[in-house]
Design a binder for this molecule. Structure first.
Ligand code: AMP
Length: 280
């Protein structure tokens, strides 16, 4: 595997590959790689000649400095996993190269970044969009791979691609879960044994909400019931449980089986913020 930290060297390497007509798949990550990330690498390897995985903990998307400083960093293990998967290139840029100016450019996505993650993490999606746009420009991939776990992020990136006319295809890869349903996440590493058990409540909440609304229960009432579960247990805090249109992310409390609706949740488990989602 070829590893680059300098943007210009990475560009030179990639342009040589492109002149040989090789197709390029990009998998942007923040490292602390787990099987969820590896599913993206495999999806990229299946349809491209060359897969580039970027590992970059992007300061512009953290609205909480403790979250940024505590974000797990496991570079050596990550590179070993990527080699094992047959990833051809790793891109690990420095903050100095990625952000020349102290104040990064800002994006506004209208409703898409005002609800859920956007509401509770102001500036987060502007930072995500900026770093993804930078990686799209540096790598100029044919295809880019993202996980359905970050559902709202995918809608933001779809809009970014459309608006900035990036000539590439976006792929959304299904969520990889632990056997007990917990969505895999780099942040799960920060959970202790009891926190790890409590964390299963997110997926249980989504399933309970989905089953109940499909049986005709009122979503607002179900949410009130689920809110009480989180109040009953120490160390749990529900930030939101929402039902939204799968494309516009407009929030709704009215279930309809003919609509593309999605249930999305965010909660703190012992100070670790986790997210998950499930089609309604
Ligand atoms: P992150 O390193 O957390 O920024 O994630 C990098 C990419 O991996 C994003 O597109 C995530 O949506 C995706 N990802 C993270 N966890 C999972 C998972 N459990 N299943 C599928 N994709 C995931």
């Amino acid at each position: 595997m070829d590893i680059f930290s300098e943007i210009n060297s990475a560009r030179a390497y990639l342009s040589a590959k492109k002149s040989n007509q090789l197709s390029i798949g990009l998998v942007p990550t923040m490292g602390a790689l787990h099987p969820g990330h590896l599913a993206l690498i495999r999806a990229s390897k299946a349809e491209n000649d060359l897969t580039v995985c970027s590992i970059y903990v992007n300061p512009a998307q953290f609205n909480n400095s403790t979250d940024l400083s505590q974000y797990p960093r496991t570079l050596e293990a990550d590179l070993a996993l990527l080699k094992q998967e047959g990833c051809e290139m790793a891109l690990i840029p420095t903050n100095e190269e990625m952000y020349a100016k102290a104040v990064p450019l800002r994006f506004d996505f209208g409703n898409l970044d005002k609800v859920m993650e956007g509401r509770y993490r102001p500036g987060h999606f502007s930072g995500v969009a900026l770093v993804v746009a930078k990686f799209f420009n540096i790598v100029q991939p044919d295809r880019a791979y993202f996980g359905q776990k970050d559902y709202q992020q995918f809608q933001i990136i779809s809009r970014l691609k459309e608006e900035l006319k990036f000539p590439l295809e976006l792929r959304s890869v299904p969520i990889v879960r632990e056997p007990d349903g917990l969505a895999m996440s780099s942040r799960n590493q920060r959970l202790g044994a009891t926190g790890r058990k409590k964390a299963t409540l997110l997926f249980k909440s989504l399933n309970y909400a989905r089953d109940s609304i499909r049986k005709g229960a009122d979503f607002a009432q179900i949410r009130t019931e689920i809110e009480a579960w989180y109040r009953q247990e120490d160390g749990l805090k529900l930030e939101y449980l929402e039902m939204a249109d799968g494309t516009t992310l407009e929030l709704t409390d009215h279930f309809s089986p003919d609509k593309n609706l999605i249930l999305l949740i965010a909660a703190y488990v012992d100070e670790v913020r986790l997210i998950d989602n499930l089609p309604a």
